[in-house]
Design a protein around this ligand. Structure first.
Ligand code: FAD
Length: 424
């Protein structure tokens, strides 16, 4: 067990789960965030799905040309903004290197193991602590419109089935039997894959609840406090500067898209860039008739719909445009049109004026895997770069990290997520 306190930078999913896991092992922990509340970054209004069924990095083989062409298409589902190209050269080269089929497959499998472990551990934690975060277990439906989409979704499922992924291939009739609310869109759909082990839950509420458990275990919380610098002595990180004051301790960086800037002055080039996504949350309290029972995922458009306790969340898209979090009305229009095409009866009953629009920045590593474990300096740890999988992987990543810090043998292989020795 470590003696000096562990200072955690960033109170999103990665930071709050680490805070809890380390406190639960009797460690002295401090959680710091520049915001006034926890989960104000990417963890605020995300897609709310724990989906081990989607562990594949977004640099799938063949991504190169569509991504380059997206520079000219203002509404491409995954869009590269021209002004970002010079800033993304190094990261982009690594992104493309890791799009090679063999590497992409290997990373998908490693991600799956962590995602599956994490989803199970989230259930365990929910039951152990009695957490209530709008959790449910309906599974998800990955929809397809063409035979080609079906073939590619099936190939991914078949790759992961030997590792434990459970799925059912549904033709149109079976899809409608499982999700009758899709009846009006039946003609445009050829079928779906159903993933029964995926889960739903509100990440922000989860963070708030887990936070209070960690505080009860003795963890210290410092909000509205930005870390401006890490202090080193020789090859060791010895503390942080926060609000002009020095605090001594080991440091865990779980700062989402802020991690890169924190590490750069130490000569550590963390290949994590922001991939902006949008969500639109609408109340379903006044809705009559059949409700949506499962989250729906359209991989072609990078759009999904998630039913939460008394609301629906429509989300998606990825824009590489730096740290910009502005909300582009045309993007919201795309989310709405997607929903209207799929579920017109429900769409007509929603009060779109009252929808809560949000944009968040996914911390995307260039190879599609998070960084979990020791950093290249002593006294420095990482839990960041989870991209589109940060909710799915949160509890598992924190448990893995806590095992590494406390010298215990992790339940899953740690090497794929280590910073050192990684081919980026
Ligand atoms: C539209 C959208 C939908 C998504 N849907 C899903 C989904 O359905 N399932 C899923 O698994 N994942 C999903 N994700 C991804 C997931 O939300 C993220 O991977 C996850 O929230 C990242 O968590 P984090 O803790 O690493 O980062 P964040 O939640 O961004 O937290 C980082 C924190 O660090 C703080 N910080 C940064 N720098 C400093 C500093 N110098 N000093 C103090 N504090 C600092 C920030 O204020 C912030 O609070 C989605 C993301 C988006 C954008």
């Amino acid at each position: 067990m470590t003696q000096s306190p562990i200072i955690i930078i960033g109170a999103g999913l990665a930071g709050v789960t680490s805070f809890y896991e380390l406190a639960a092992r009797g460690m002295d922990v401090v959680l710091i965030d520049g915001e006034a509340q926890v989960a104000q970054g990417a963890s605020f209004a995300n897609g709310a799905v724990l989906h081990p069924s989607l562990p594949d990095p977004w640099n799938n083989p063949g991504i190169g040309w569509p991504l380059l062409a997206s520079v000219l298409n203002p509404l491409a589902p995954m869009k590269l903004h021209l002004g970002q190209v010079p800033k993304l050269l190094g990261w982009g080269a690594s992104f493309m290197r890791n799009a090679a089929p063999a590497r992409h497959r290997a990373i998908t499998q490693a991600n799956y193991h962590l995602a599956q472990y994490s989803t199970r551990q989230t259930d365990v934690l929910r039951e152990a602590l009695g957490l209530q975060f709008e959790a449910s277990a309906p599974g998800t439906l990955k929809l397809f419109h063409t035979a080609k989409e079906r073939a590619s979704a099936l190939a991914m499922a078949q790759l992961l089935a030997p590792h434990g992924l459970v799925y059912q291939a549904l033709d149109r009739e079976a899809l409608l039997a499982r999700e009758p609310s899709l009846a009006q869109a039946a003609d445009s759909l050829t079928g779906a894959l159903y993933f029964p082990d995926d889960r739903v839950g509100n990440a922000q509420v989860f963070c708030q609840q887990l936070l209070s458990h960690a505080q009860r275990l003795g963890g210290e919380l410092l909000l509205g406090a930005k870390v401006t610098r890490l202090h080193t002595q020789g090859h060791r990180v010895v503390g942080v500067e926060v609000d002009g004051e020095f605090r001594r301790g080991q440091v865990l960086v779980s700062a989402g898209v802020g991690a890169r800037a924190i590490l750069a002055p130490l000569g550590i080039n963390l290949p994590v860039q922001p991939a902006k996504g949008y969500s639109l949350t609408l109340s379903t309290q006044a809705m009559a008739g059949p409700q949506l029972a499962h989250p729906l995922v359209d991989p072609r458009l990078h759009i999904a719909v998630t039913p939460l306790a008394d609301k629906i969340r429509i989300l998606g898209m990825a824009e590489f445009m730096g740290h910009d979090r502005s909300i582009e009305p045309n993007r919201l229009r795309l989310l709405r049109q997607f929903f209207e095409r799929l579920l017109p009866d429900m769409a007509a009953q929603l009060d779109w004026q009252q929808g809560e629009a949000w944009a968040g920045l996914r911390p995307m590593s260039s190879d599609g895997r998070p960084f979990i474990g020791a950093a290249p300096l002593d006294g420095l740890w990482l839990n960041c770069g989870h991209g589109h999988l940060g909710w799915t992987m949160a509890v598992g990543s924190a448990r893995l990290l806590a095992d590494l810090i406390s010298g215990q043998t992790p339940a899953i292989e740690a090497a794929p997520f280590a910073f050192s020795g990684r081919r980026l």
